[in-house]
Design a protein. Structure first.
Length: 528
């Protein structure tokens, strides 16, 4: 046998061969003994002995990891946490990833990004770090075969059973057990919040057409791909900043609205001449807040109950729009119990109180984070109850184009920035100050040619013609007003002369009557 002490190992070659022969003999003896025991003991006894020996001599290392499972489906309901984890992991693409998935999304327009990359889930391991904690995500697909029964006619005579293979998807999150509390209380809420933020940034806004459907069908809906933003709006800079700040305050004041006992909603009234950008401002608000738009068509609403049902079908984080409310439909006021003659053709329509009840009444609490926008060209035609705070909280006047609005349009359409203005800008801005012209009219002029010089020269000519037309119209209005003043003065003078003549006649008649009475009295005395 080999000596245990290295100092006593054999030094000569013969001693080494002798030691090797002894080891080979021992090995042969052990193998013979094992073969004999195999014949003597049954397989299940051998298996038990092997398991005990393996457990005793080869102890597995202790596992300090914890694994969380996030299944795609819980029972029959989809798991929202799985979808959010999938969105979050999709943002973790890095150059070292060897397997990526190409996703092609259907799009009706070219404004949307239709191709994107995502991590290929099957077998891919994603490593994440949170507060110096290393975490590993793994996508798992478990195969499950479902059996189904079919008739011979359905299976073409190939048997009565069929087998369909399905996959149960889930995510596994593995980390050290000692970080369990931090992962569950801090990391997972962080993942869900990040996923929600990513979904909001990549969310495709929707434009819903909301009206009364007598057949109970679904609302028509399309993708909102309107490119209007606050940066491209030809608005006064101070007005633009005021609107953006007001929207930001509204979005972050959830707890304040709850504290003071108000429904989390806000009303905006957009008024001004046609072509001043009211519809574009609504689209810019939706793109800024990532809110869907519900276009409410009041002319198809036949009563207050239908109005409530339609409005309740709108979702949270949305903008409910009623355009041209002063001319789209006639609304019965709250002061008059009976419908007016102008309302005779609309008997049975909803009332103003029904609309106001949804804005600020009991029904206003049905839904959160909603914005109601009304537009009109004539603010003075609207009922004062509709305009008060609580219904329309902020009134935004979109007027004619200003020099600052023109500079925004020139930057958008011609690429001429304010830092390097064109030599015609001064003349154009001077004409804009003295002319009532809408941003839509100027935008149309800026699109008539690709040459900036030609376009701006045409715009100068257009503004001069507009100014001449405005001056002529103002002159006509002044002449008409002067004529009406002279006419009223003449009518007043004639009326005064007529009144004086009539009064004189009345006085003369009374004197004649008195003289006649006196003569009759004298004649009567003479007769006596």
């Amino acid at each position: 046998m080999f000596p245990l002490n290295p100092k006593h190992l054999p030094k000569s070659l013969s001693s080494l061969f002798s030691a090797y022969a002894s080891f080979a003999a021992l090995k042969f003896l052990f193998r013979t003994l094992v073969n004999e025991l195999k014949e003597f003991f049954p397989p299940w006894v051998r298996s038990y002995i092997y398991s005990k020996l393996r457990k005793y001599f080869f102890k597995p290392p202790s596992n300090d990891n914890l694994t969380l499972f996030i299944n795609k489906v819980i029972g029959m309901e989809p798991n929202e946490a799985y979808d959010k984890v999938e969105v979050y992991l999709g943002s973790k693409i890095c150059p070292s990833d060897s397997r990526l998935e190409l996703i092609k999304k259907l799009s009706k327009t070219k404004w949307q990004k239709s191709v994107s990359l995502a991590i290929e889930k099957r077998g891919q391991v994603i490593t994440d770090t949170f507060d110096d904690i290393e975490l590993q995500w793994r996508s798992v697909a478990k195969s499950s075969k479902n059996t189904c029964s079919t008739t011979k006619s359905q299976s073409d005579g190939h048997g009565d059973g069929c087998r369909e293979e399905k996959f149960e998807w889930s995510f596994e999150l593995t980390f050290d057990k000692k970080h369990r509390a931090k992962v569950i209380d801090s990391y997972m809420p962080f993942v869900l919040a990040q996923a929600e933020s990513i979904k909001q940034r990549e969310r495709v806004l929707k434009l819903h057409c909301v009206d009364n459907d007598p057949y109970g069908g679904s609302k028509s809906c399309i993708d909102l791909v309107h490119p209007a933003t606050f940066e491209t709006m030809a608005m006064d800079p101070e007005l633009k900043k005021m609107v953006m700040d007001d929207l930001d305050r509204f979005v972050r004041r959830r707890e304040l609205y709850k504290k003071v006992g108000k429904a989390w909603k806000r009303g905006y009234l957009l008024y001004g001449p046609p072509g001043t950008g009211k519809s574009s401002l609504i689209a810019a608000m939706a793109n800024y807040l990532k809110f869907d738009i519900y276009d409410l068509e009041l002319s198809n609403i036949h009563g207050n109950s239908e109005l409530r049902r339609v409005l309740l079908s709108t979702s949270n984080r949305s903008i409910v729009v009623v355009e041209d409310i002063d001319c789209g439909v006639q609304i019965r006021g709250r002061e008059s119990a009976e419908p007016s003659k102008s309302y005779a053709l609309h008997v049975g329509k909803f009332t103003l109180s029904g609309l106001l009840n949804f804005m600020d009444g009991l029904w206003s609490c049905c839904g959160d984070e909603r914005i109601i926008v009304l537009t009109t060209n004539h603010k003075e035609r609207l009922d004062p109850a509709l305009l008060r705070p609580g219904h329309m909280d902020l009134h935004i006047h979109l007027s004619y184009c200003t020099p600052s609005g023109f500079r925004v349009l020139a930057s958008n359409y011609l690429g001429i920035h304010e830092s390097s203005p064109h030599h015609l800008f001064g003349e154009i801005e001077s004409l804009i100050k003295s002319t009532e012209v809408t941003p839509a009219a100027i935008a149309e002029e800026l699109m008539k040619n690709d040459d900036a010089d030609v376009v701006l020269e045409g715009l100068v000519k257009f503004l001069k013609e507009m100014k001449a037309a405005d001056d002529k119209m103002k002159s006509k209005k002044a002449e008409k007003a002067e004529q009406e003043r002279i006419k009223k003065a003449e009518e007043g003078s004639k009326k005064g002369i007529k009144e004086r003549t009539s009064k004189a006649k009345e006085i003369g008649t009374e004197k004649g009557k008195e003289e006649g009475a006196n003569k009759a009295s004298i004649q009567e005395r003479e007769n006596w």
